[in-house]
Ligand binder design. Sequence first.
Ligand SMILES: C[S@@+](CC[C@H](N)C(=O)[O-])C[C@H]1O[C@@H](n2cnc3c(N)ncnc32)[C@H](O)[C@@H]1O
Length: 196
Amino acid sequence: MLEVGCGYEGGVAPALAAKGYDVLAIDPEAPEGPFYRQIALEDLDDPGPFDAVVGGRVLHHVDPLGAALDRLAGLAPLLILDEFAWNHLDEPTIDWYESHHRLLVATGRKPKGPSDLAAWRARHTGLHTYEVLRAEVDARYDERHFEWRPYLYRWLGGPATESLEAGLIQAGAIRPVGFRYAGVRTDAVRSSASAR
Ligand SMILES: C[S@@+](CC[C@H](N)C(=O)[O-])C[C@H]1O[C@@H](n2cnc3c(N)ncnc32)[C@H](O)[C@@H]1O
């Protein structure tokens, strides 16, 4: 497995290795360790092939996105993503997040996410929207799994935040802004169909 953009905390590589996968995890900010390389995707010299690529909260940052997806599709037939549809943050969702953030701070906690989402957005220009990311992924892969999920609990932390966010999404009070996707490279689908 190749984990792209594992981040300074090391991503899911340790969990994959613990399950018995042979894993390489890359990121210019990757930690030291047996399966890590401190390198960007564009500079990766390993020709693969890998069985699968996994990326957590990475592709909405990567530019140019099309070239990165071409590279990933060349390295493995399967793409697994855990992502953030930041542009789906609507007013009720932002209001809930920011007020919950204030509540946590008032009770002495230190949420790792920003207190002000408009200020966060102003600091993060050039992020790809969900629709742009989906169009680029769909141009190369056939969807096998997709689900909308809670996301903001990761920024908020605190007890029961994930179940609270999930409950509010289910009730239609806020929007889900996390998603998980798995897809198979389109040419791999075509070649297995023509082999049958
Ligand atoms: C929001 S962080 C996510 C880190 C980790 N996957 C996680 O979920 O905690 C995005 C990461 O993508 C990495 N990244 C962005 N562009 C990249 C590229 N072209 N090649 C490899 N990593 C990249 C950044 O260095 C950063 O660590």
